[in-house]
Design a protein. Sequence first.
Length: 367
Amino acid sequence: MNGKKTYTYKDAGVDIKAGNDLVTAIKPAAASTTRPGCTSGLGGFGALFDLKAAGYRDPILVSGTDGVGTKLKIAIESGRHDSIGIDLVAMCVNDLIVQGAEPLFFLDYFATGHLSVAAGRAIIDGIAEGCRQSNTALIGGETAEMPGMYKDGDYDLAGFCVGAVERDNILTGGRVKAGDIILGLAASGIHANGFSLVRRLVADSGIGLDDPCPFDPDRDFATALLTPTRIYVNSTLAALKAGHITAISHITGGGFIENVPRILPDNVAAHIEADRWTLPPVFHWLRQSGNLEPREMARTFNCGIGLVVIVRADGADEIRKIFQQNGETVYSLGQIVEKSANEPATVVTGQAGSWGYTNSWQAVSTS
């Protein structure tokens, strides 16, 4: 032309072919998540979903978006990308189910400095697995290759989910009253919150991600830390059909101290007894490694409880049985009480030795 170098987009670090190859590679995974209501596949400018075909009469849409925080760094540094997508879906769909909404469809945002089709496929396969576990359609998404924004090998993930609930069945917490029973569903591990502290404690311990895990020597450290977030959608939908449930809280960032007050009316408080369940080994290791105070534990981590379910006392046994029949481990955590003046909205108490502390303790919310 004029003797100057001819540039391509690939010269700037963006490989359009790799992006197209990834879309082709993930189409079967996305197709495996199809559910009633889906009316379009991947590739369009927008995805369509038919609420009437999904069986709704008078639906209210419920939406949520989330990520997996710095748990991503464990996946990136260990080169293990196959389960982080489950975490992404779980953090979104579990937020929807606590309002009584059935998750319907999911979209992901995957951004990286240089696209690896193999890593990208593993990530999206994990997202599809999370969608299958929650009967949620992976209906679209965005893959962004952005050299200069991310180092080679680094990536970020975000998820967006939409669900629906019949207008009469929305859970707002407004029906919670004194005498209600507090149930807890066991977590699968740390889930995807508190990992900035987790990573700091791992680094200070000097134990490598490929080394045997100090609290689970049959696995390496990375595998144990990357245990995916439990998805509670199907078990909770089954329990909701029986009635009796007045509110549900997803125990994510903020732990018990911040998440339980979000579902309580101003006139009641939640009293949770920490000796009602066994603190899983990973949390014992975190507590000991960081010399963490009880309140720090209770406001940073789920401490082994992924979902808090508040139920009427006369329906507690039935709800417990339904959750157990659907594969959940269920604990009775405490009770809802009348809130006195200046009382915090949530009080977590432990007896001597509970959670490994030597004295009786109390952790309270600031509400």
